[in-house]
Design a binder for this molecule. Structure first.
Ligand code: NAP
Ligand code: MG
Length: 475
C-alpha cells in the first residue's frame, strides 16, 4: 500500500492539517493501492505563502540557471523511469508499453524541450527608446486531470519554472502518484524550496481554492469544459490570468485518394490510444462516401489487432478506463448512439469477453453517424469512433468545423493541394497531416470551447509572463 498522505510545501513533506484521506484505485483490478490526504484550505494557504515567499528570489534568477534546473529535472526524471512507469500503469491502467512510449516520454520531452527553448528565449526587446520586458507573472496555480498524469503536469511545470514563476500544483485525485514522484524528482534536482509546492485534494476544496485564491496570479487548468468555466468564473473575481486546456471532438478527414488500410489503421489507433481518454482524439472519422464500404471492412480487420487487457501485459495496447464513473459515462454514450440510430460496426455495451474485472470497455465503432447526433458532438472520453460520410472536400470541411470544439484536426491522404486546403481550413489549434511525428516545440491549445492559451515550448513559457513596456529606458 502506498501511503502518500503528505503534501510537499516549502521544500518539505508535511502532514495535512486535516485528517481526511482518499483511496487510490487500480482500475485494472478495482483494488485500493494506497491513499492520499485530502488537503484543506489551510494547507493550500501555506503552499501559496511558500510560493509567494520564494518568488522574489526565483523570479530574478538568470535564464541559464533555470534552463540548467530544467535539465537537472529531466535527468532525475530519467533516473526515476521505472518508478514512473510503474505508478502510471497502476493508477491510470495504461498498458505498460504505452506508459513508456507515451506518458513517460511526453513528460520528459517537455522538460528537455522547454530547457532548450529557454536558452534561446528573449526576455527583453529594444524598440528605440522603449524597452519591452517580459517578467514572470508571480505565483501560478496548476490544476491537472488524470488522463495524462505526467504530460499535463510537466508541460505546465516546465513553462512556469522557465518563466521564473513559482507554483502550487493540484493533480487529479484519481492519479496522484505520478505528481508525488515529480515532487521527489524536483527536490532531488535542486529546485529551491517554495518554488514548487504540491497539495493533494479535491477539486471542490483545492481546485476552487486555487482558482479563487487572492495570492495566486495565474491559474492554468486542464480538464473538462464545465470545470474550466467554473475556474474562469472564480478567477475573474481577482482578475487572474487564465489558461484553459479543455476537451475536443476532433475530426480526421480521410481523402478519397488515401490508402484504405493505412487510413483505417490511423483512425483506429487514434481513437483507442489511452483507451480513448485523450483530449485530441480523432473521434469523428470523415470518410468519402465512395470509400465507405471498403473503409468499414478495413476497420473491422484492424480493430482486433489493438489488444485490450491487463496493462501489465506488454502485448496489450488498450487498458481499462480510469474509473467506474468513466465506465458508466462511456456506456451511456454507446447506448445513446444506438438510440440515435447510428449503426454499430464493432464493440457495443458491456465488458469485453474474459475481462469482467476492471473498468474495461469494448472499442466501439459507429457508422451512419450524422454530425448533429450527440455521439458526434459530445466528448465521450472512451474508445468510440463515429464514422461520418461526405461527398466532397468542402462538405468534409464544413462537417469537421461544425462543433463547439477546436482542439485538434487530422487529415490523411495523398493530394498535396487537398492536404493543404484541409489543414488551412480546420478551425483547431493543432493539425496533423498524415501521422506527422510529434513536435514538442510546437504550441498546443484550442480554438473555440477547447480552451484559452497555449502550452508547450516557447509558447508555454509566454503563458507565465507579464509584458512590461518601459518608455525612455536609458540603454
Ligand atoms: P475535471 O472534473 O474537469 O477534472 C480536472 C481537474 O480539475 C482535476 O484535478 C479535478 O480535481 C479538478 N477539479 C474538479 N472540480 C474543480 C473545481 N470546481 N475547480 C477547480 N478544479 C476542479 O475532469 P474529470 O471529471 O476528471 O473528467 C470529466 C471529463 O472531462 C472527461 O470525461 C473528459 O471529457 C474531460 N477531460 C478532458 C481532459 C483534457 O485533457 N482536455 C482531461 C480530463 C478530462 P479532482 O480530480 O480531484 O476532482
Ligand atoms: Mg477559446
Amino acid at each position: 500500500m502506498r501511503n502518500y498522505t503528505k503534501h510537499y510545501i516549502n521544500g518539505e513533506w508535511v502532514e495535512s492539517t486535516g485528517s481526511e484521506t482518499e483511496d487510490v484505485i487500480n482500475p485494472a483490478a478495482e483494488e485500493v493501492t494506497g491513499r492520499i490526504s485530502m488537503g484543506t484550505q489551510e494547507d493550500l494557504d501555506r503552499a501559496v505563502q511558500a510560493a509567494r515567499d520564494a518568488f522574489p528570489s526565483f523570479s530574478t534568477t538568470t535564464k541559464e540557471y533555470r534552463a540548467e534546473l530544467l535539465e537537472n529535472i529531466a535527468k532525475e526524471y530519467e533516473n526515476r523511469k521505472d518508478d514512473l512507469i510503474e505508478v502510471i500503469t497502476e493508477e491510470l491502467g495504461s498498458p505498460v508499453s504505452m506508459t513508456e512510449k507515451v506518458h513517460y516520454n511526453m513528460g520528459l520531452q517537455h522538460f528537455k524541450e522547454t530547457a532548450k527553448q529557454l536558452r534561446d528565449f528573449e526576455f527583453t526587446e529594444r524598440r528605440g527608446e522603449t524597452l519591452i520586458a517580459k517578467e514572470p507573472i508571480g505565483v501560478s496555480g496548476l490544476i491537472t486531470p488524470w488522463n495524462f498524469p505526467t504530460n499535463q503536469t510537466s508541460t505546465k511545470l516546465a513553462g512556469a519554472l522557465a518563466a521564473g514563476s513559482t507554483v502550487v500544483l493540484k493533480p487529479a485525485e484519481l492519479t496522484p502518484y505520478a505528481a508525488i514522484l515529480l515532487a521527489e524528482i524536483f527536490e532531488k534536482a535542486g529546485v529551491p524550496k517554495g518554488v514548487f509546492n504540491l497539495v493533494n485534494g479535491s477539486g471542490e476544496t483545492i481546485g476552487n481554492g486555487i482558482s479563487s485564491h487572492p495570492g495566486i496570479d495565474l491559474v492554468s487548468f486542464t480538464g473538462s469544459g464545465a470545470v474550466g468555466q467554473k475556474v474562469s468564473e472564480n478567477a475573474a473575481k481577482t482578475i487572474k490570468k487564465v489558461a484553459l486546456e479543455l476537451g475536443g471532438k476532433s475530426p480526421l478527414v480521410i481523402l478519397d485518394d488515401a490508402d484504405v488500410e493505412k487510413a483505417a489503421k490511423t483512425a483506429v489507433s487514434n481513437v483507442v490510444m489511452n483507451t480513448g481518454q485523450v483530449c485530441t482524439a480523432a473521434t469523428r472519422t470523415l470518410v468519402p462516401r465512395s470509400m465507405h464500404e471498403a473503409f468499414i471492412e478495413a476497420v473491422k480487420e484492424v480493430l482486433p489487432k489493438f489488444r485490450v487487457g491487463d496493462p501489465k501485459d506488454e502485448n496489450n495496447v488498450v487498458g481499462p478506463l480510469v474509473a467506474q464513473k468513466q465506465w458508466d459515462r462511456v456506456q451511456g454514450y454507446i447506448e445513446k448512439g444506438m438510440e440515435e440510430g447510428a449503426t454499430l460496426v464493432a464493440g457495443g455495451t458491456g465488458k469485453p469477453e474474459g475481462l469482467e474485472e476492471g473498468y474495461y470497455v469494448k472499442p466501439t465503432v459507429f457508422t451512419d453517424v450524422r454530425n448533429d447526433m450527440v455521439i458526434a458532438q459530445e466528448e465521450i472520453f472512451g474508445p468510440v469512433m463515429s464514422i461520418i460520410t461526405y461527398d466532397d472536400i468542402d462538405e468534409a470541411i464544413e462537417i469537421a468545423n461544425d462543433t463547439v470544439y477546436g482542439l485538434a484536426g487530422y487529415v490523411f491522404g495523398e493530394d498535396e493541394e487537398k492536404l493543404k486546403k484541409v489543414a488551412a481550413s480546420l478551425q483547431a489549434g493543432r493539425i496533423t497531416v498524415n501521422n506527422a511525428k510529434a513536435d514538442f516545440s510546437a504550441p498546443f491549445g484550442g480554438y473555440k470551447e477547447s480552451g484559452v492559451g497555449r502550452e508547450w515550448g516557447d509558447y508555454g513559457i509566454e503563458e507565465y509572463l507579464e509584458v512590461k513596456a518601459i518608455l525612455g529606458m536609458p540603454s
